[in-house]
Design a protein around this ligand. Structure first.
Ligand code: KG4
Ligand code: ZN
Length: 347
């Protein structure tokens, strides 16, 4: 009697780890699409009083939390190591001291349990957060908007990344946080501006940085400085400032540029699926404009739920699965890369 061949595809289970900034997180992800367990420890309270993430404090917190977070993710999944196929970890970009904590933990576990180590680009993670929600349809355009990144990425196939537009100075979330600070709001200021903008009207005249004809790059530092200068001038003249209207004016400037450049990218690359990722994807104004874009262009738009927009390990597991399938592996000499380039990461 011949051997019975199973036609069932083997499930690939990945333990993933993310420590690039101020979240210590671990997850168990099956086949890049199914989240089995997820633990996220945010350090936001520790950084709040400094008005931003303090790298040294972030590293220390990661060291304190990493073992607990990983053990809890494995326990919550009720998996043992024989059921885990690989360990995926954020290699970069991010804060070097923070990245090193996750990377060393991943290396130690991969070595001890003889599992492949999969290095993951943090932005690939943000993009693949969407794969945990619905299937991605290639080719696609990804709009990544976070505290550290503003990028338009063309993806013709899984694991293929071509950066077609990026910020030349401040990331969009960074601009939100700096404007919020000027308006005396706590860190991170993005959600506060978003909330305030809803109550105001775009009455202040602020610039839009379109850059050269046809460029898909962004620039937000001029807009941020324009808000700060305008407020300074109004203060000097003892004129009242409406925080709601200032927030609405700033948000309108940001969204005009983001939406218009995204629309240009969709047309230039003839794609029908737009995926949006990163902390700023939580922005309600942006979500409303994307809804209009979807109707206007008749395309599919995916935005992850709020918990998967901000930094987390689930997204690293989803991106790690694609890299695993594409044969990406790292050795024990793998190092943290604070400035890791996404184009070079295509697999
Ligand atoms: O992706 P993320 O959690 O961390 C990075 O990798 O940067 O993004 C955090 C950023 C912060 O700048 C925060 O102010 C911004 O996302 N953010 C928002 C909103 N929620 C978070 N910005 C605008 N509107 C929001 N609702
Ligand atoms: Zn991030």
């Amino acid at each position: 009697m011949g051997e019975i061949m199973s036609t069932e595809k083997k499930n690939i289970v990945i333990l993933s780890i993310e420590t690039s900034c101020d979240e210590t997180s671990a997850a168990i992800v099956k086949n890049g699409t199914e989240l089995i367990s997820h633990v996220v420890h945010s350090q936001i309270v520790s950084h709040k009083r400094f008005g931003g993430v303090v790298p040294e404090i972030a590293s220390r917190h990661h060291v304190e939390m990493i073992t607990y977070v990983i053990e809890k993710a494995i326990q919550d999944a009720s998996y043992d190591w024989s059921e885990i196929d690989a360990v995926a970890v954020t290699q970069g970009p991010g804060l070097v001291g923070a990245l090193l904590v996750g990377l060393h933990a991943a290396k130690a576990l991969a070595f001890a349990h003889q599992k492949p180590l999969i290095p993951v680009h943090h932005i690939a993670g943000h993009i693949y957060a969407n794969a945990l929600v619905e299937p991605l349809v290639y080719p696609l355009i990804a709009l990544v908007v976070s505290g550290g990144h503003t990028e338009l990425i063309y993806m013709k196939a899984p694991g293929y990344f071509e950066v077609i537009g990026e910020t030349r100075d401040d990331a969009v979330g960074e601009a939100y946080d700096k404007v919020a600070r000027k308006l005396n709001m706590p860190y991170p200021g993005g959600p506060h501006i978003d909330h305030l903008a809803k109550q105001g009207k775009a009455t202040y005249s602020l610039p839009r940085a379109w850059l050269e004809e046809g460029s898909l790059d962004f620039s937000f530092s001029g807009l941020k400085s324009a808000v700060i200068n305008l407020m300074h001038n109004l203060e000097q003249k003892n004129e009242p400032i409406s925080p709601e209207n200032m927030a609405a004016s700033f948000q309108e400037s940001v969204l005009d540029v983001l939406i218009q450049k995204t629309e240009q990218a969709l047309e230039r690359y003839s794609v029908n699926h737009l995926i949006v990722a990163g902390g700023v994807a939580a922005n309600l104004g942006l979500r409303a404009e994307l809804e209009k874009l979807k109707k206007r262009k008749g395309i599919q738009i995916s935005i992850p739920p709020l918990a998967l927009c901000t930094d987390n390990a689930a997204m690293i597991g989803a991106a790690g699965y694609v890299a695993y399938q594409n044969g990406v592996r790292a050795g024990m000499d793998c190092n943290a890369e604070p400035g890791l380039n996404l184009d070079d990461f295509s697999s």
